[in-house]
Write a protein that binds this ligand. Structure first.
Ligand code: TXD
Length: 308
């Protein structure tokens, strides 16, 4: 019996999620959107291509939440994306009302699902979903740090002309300009990058990581990154579905961890069949702690604007 994956939002990221989840046979896929025909058309196209990849997952499109009944995993991209000149926080008001609607739909139709929120502003949207749905914190997580860490890994690999496979990285904090790339924990096959790259170049790479989302928005002009976010969320979904105990930076509900009480913030966690199974508290030096606390303060301020 294949698992069921519901994708709420059939836009740029939702489309890549549906294609990759189905073609990798992570489970049967239901692509949900409010636009009539959009999810159905995308699903039909992907289903017709399945013979070419030999994938037998069922792919369907839906405009009714009834179609997501019993989903094991729900990945949410519903909401507006940034345009050039916009910050992620500018999306708060519009995406807040959408997220409330989505949370009710998921709560009422897929009450046992593991939920990955992608919509921006991420830290506020995942908090909103948790508050409205009432799901346990282990089953509600935000996708952000894994993407930011992946971007840092790519930049380091390009700098050193080494395989992207051999670079590891951790980016913590809020998913925005205050995110905290932890240089001390970034390595190439275990070798700290500070032994391989000059301080000046490391600073430039850190700044590029923090601005990477905006860099793509500036080039695309009509929307934001969609392939790397989708693949990041699929790593999380696969860790849950296949109980892989992966360690990622994700937006998790911290209740005491890192001295945070009751906020979703990007921290390292272990992800498996229990969802967010535990949060790893890594040692932060004084400078890292200062940056992390500033990022947490920004998330706190953003969440304080929510009227849930
Ligand atoms: O790292 C991250 N978390 C970020 C997240 C990385 C990149 C993009 N980030 C955010 O994801 C972005 O700022 C947006 O808030 C979401 C989705 O981005 P995407 O690029 O997929 O946006 P699209 O292409 O506009 O798709 C959004 C879809 C679109 O088809 C709408 O019709 C649909 O959302 N939508 C809804 N679906 C369900 N229910 C409701 N109410 C709804 N409203 C709009």
């Amino acid at each position: 019996m294949r698992k069921k994956i519901a994708l709420i939002g059939g836009g740029n990221i939702g489309g890549v999620l549906a294609e990759q989840a189905a073609y990798r046979e992570l489970g049967d896929v239901v692509l949900f959107d409010v636009v009539e025909g959009l999810p159905q058309g995308k699903a039909l196209d992907m289903a017709e291509g399945a013979p070419l990849v030999g994938a037998d997952s069922k792919i369907s499109g839906a405009n009714s939440y009834k179609e997501i009944a019993g989903a094991d995993v729900v990945i949410i991209t519903a909401g507006l994306a940034r345009k050039p000149g916009m910050s992620r926080d500018d999306l708060l008001k519009t995406n807040l009302s959408i997220m409330k609607q989505v949370a009710e739909g998921v709560r009422d139709n897929a009450p046992d699902a593991f939920v990955i929120v992608i919509s921006n502003p991420l830290d506020a949207m995942v908090y909103t979903f948790k508050e409205v749905s009432g799901f346990p914190k282990s089953r509600v997580v935000g996708m952000a740090g894994i993407l930011d860490s992946t971007r840092l890994r790519a930049f380091v690999a390009w700098e050193l002309d080494v395989s992207v496979k051999d670079v590891t990285a951790l980016v913590l904090g809020g998913h925005g300009d205050t995110m905290v790339p932890l240089v001390r924990y970034c390595t190439v096959a275990g070798v700290p990058i500070e032994q391989l790259i000059s301080p000046e170049r490391i600073d430039e790479i850190v700044e590029r990581t923090k601005g990477a989302g905006g860099e793509v928005v500036g080039l695309l002009k009509t929307g934001s990154a969609f392939v790397s976010p989708a693949l990041s969320a699929l790593e999380m979904a696969e860790a849950f579905l296949r109980d892989k105990k992966r360690v990622f930076a994700c937006a998790c509900l911290c209740e005491g961890e890192y001295g945070i009480d009751g906020l979703y913030v990007g921290v390292p966690c272990v992800m498996g069949a229990g969802g967010v199974e535990r949060i790893l508290e890594v040692e932060l030096n004084a400078d890292e702690r200062k940056l992390f606390d500033a990022s947490v303060d920004h998330v706190k301020e953003l969440v304080s604007q929510l009227e849930i």
